[in-house]
Every structure is written in C-alpha cells, then in structure tokens.
Design a protein around this ligand. Structure first.
Ligand code: GUN
Length: 298
C-alpha cells in the first residue's frame, strides 16, 4: 500500500494569511479601515490560552487591530454580558470571539446569543447557524471552513462524494455537515452512539474526525484512497520522550491511517493553522460587510 499524500495545513494557512494581509493593506489605503478583532478569554484553561495568544499574534501580523480581554475564572455571566454589550456598540470592533469553553457559572448559549450577529466571526450565533443552513450569506465557522478549503484543494469537485463526519458538536460536526451538503456530498454524521462505527467510516470517501478521542480512528476503519481530515488535538503522555513529557495526537491513528488513506492531514500542522487563518478571513469579510463594501475575494 502506498503512503498517503500529507495535506500541509501549515503551508496552506500561510498562503491564506498572505492574501489576507494584502487585502487588509488595501482596505486601509482605499477606505481608511483597519479590521479589528476582539477576543475574550475567561479563566486559565491552558489550551485556550495557547489558542488566544496565537490568534492575537496572527491578527497583528496580518495588519489588523487585535484586542484581548482576559477575565478571571470567577467572572459572572452578567459581567461578561456587559462587556459584550460594550463591544457590540464599539465601531472599532468588527469581530468578537468569546473563547469556548466558558466556566460552569456562565451560560454559553446566552453569551453567544448576546453577540451582534454581524460581529460573530465564529458563526456560532443561532441567526448565523440558521442562515448557513438555508444558504444565506453568513460567517462560516472557522474550523469546518478550513477543512473544506483543504478538501477542495485535495479533491477538486466534491459532488457526489460520501462524507462521514465523526462528531456532532456545534463548533465542528454540525457546520461541517452543512458545508459538505452545500458541496453536494452525501453526508452522514456519526457519534459515540453510532452502531457499527468502523464499517460506517469505511464507506466514506471523505472522513472528518472531530470527536476529541486520541487516535480513535484506526487504519482499518478507512476506505483505501479516502481523504482523511483530523480535527482532533489531544495531548497524551509520551514517556518515550522522557519522564513527564507529552505530545499532540489527533483523533486518527496517523501511522496506520497514512498507509491506507489517499490523503491525510497531520496533527499538528493540519487543521489547526487553517482555523486561525479562517478567523482572520471572517474578520476581514465582516469589516467589509459592516462598511457596505463588497466581499473581498479570499
Ligand atoms: N474553542 C475551541 N474551538 C473554538 C472556536 O472555533 N471558537 C471559539 N470561540 N472557541 C473555541
């Protein structure tokens, strides 16, 4: 069996960020606009802190305005809602992202609903979720959109392909289904309660794994030649690297899967970098729409 093509999300994302930086410079020059992204982080979740730092850095590198609000873990729902109200009213803030998960005392759905849908660069507001499903203009959730870009780059036209999405989250699984359906794939969503899961996976030309279970998808779950997108980022012990050391793995057993798949994303360096690039893209598009400009070609 030949080795799968490795889909280089890191390089793809770098190319997208370059195009975004050119668009941002043109917006400044032609319209005096600097797209602004505000990220809100509540608490000290280590993974969230890493993501939020990368988002801020890459936003600035693209020439955009980046603001991060770091709030203590004991922040009340009311305090967070008050901050969002201020950000909604602030004309220099074009995009608002509240990093998830939020601490238990805060109702996530209520917080997401409080964000102005025009500034919802995650595409998580119910208005935007609905708009995406019925095919209206809406911000597209960043991780699934990054996956879609890589799939189209690898396969070209996706029409008629059988796609199986492993995971039914609001952040990845459900919007991924919507996007692949819009590309005329035959879409299934599988999850922890799905019967005969390995067999269902083996039917798929496109397999998107987003369950958060380290290396759950084995090589023999994959149809030979299939395209595999691994959304998982799981930190596991790596005693082979020394005591107390860890490493990142996906939801797919890469070593096994890369011997069967036609193409596969690595972890790290696959979906992760694409997510942030798509967030920057959404912020630039939101800025254009808020100012009556046509959507930039990104
Ligand atoms: N936590 C994990 N992924 C995401 C994401 O795409 N957006 C937000 N806001 N929080 C997340």
């Amino acid at each position: 069996m030949s080795e799968a093509k490795i889909i280089d999300g890191k390089a793809f994302a770098a190319g997208l960020r370059e195009k975004i930086a050119v668009e941002v410079a043109a917006m400044k020059k032609d319209h005096g606009l600097t797209p602004g992204l505000t990220v809100v982080l509540v608490g000290e979740d280590p993974a969230s802190q890493v993501y939020v730092r990368s988002k801020g850095k890459q936003t600035e590198e693209a020439g955009m305005e980046s603001t991060t609000h770091r709030l203590p873990a004991e922040t009340s729902e009311e305090e967070l809602l008050n901050l969002i109200e201020k950000l909604n009213a602030d004309k220099t803030v074009n995009g608002i992202l509240v990093q998830l998960p939020l601490p238990d005392q805060i109702d996530e759905a209520k917080v997401i609903s409080s964000i102005n849908p025009d500034k919802d660069v995650d595409g998580f507001h119910v208005t935007n979720v609905g708009r995406l499903w019925v095919g209206l203009e809406a911000p597209v959730p960043c991780t699934p959109y990054g996956c879609l870009l890589m799939l189209k780059d690898t396969l070209g036209d996706l029409t008629g392909k059988r796609a199986l999405i492993l995971g039914r989250s609001n952040i990845v699984g459900k919007p991924m289904a919507s996007l692949l359906l819009a590309e005329s794939c035959t879409v299934s969503i599988a999850h922890s309660r799905t019967e005969d899961l390995p067999e269902r996976c083996r039917e798929a030309d496109i397999l998107v794994a987003a369950v958060g279970r380290p290396e759950m998808v084995r090589g023999d779950w994959i149809k030979p030649g299939a395209t595999v997108i691994d959304v998982g980022i799981n930190r596991v012990d790596a005693p082979e690297k020394g005591e107390g050391k860890t490493r990142l793995v996906g939801d797919v057993n890469f070593e096994e899967a890369s011997k069967v798949a036609g193409a596969i994303t690595p972890v790290p360096g696959g979906v992760g970098p694409m997510t942030i690039a798509c967030l920057l893209r959404n912020t630039v598009i939101a800025t254009a729409r808020q100012n009556g400009l046509p959507d930039p070609d990104l």
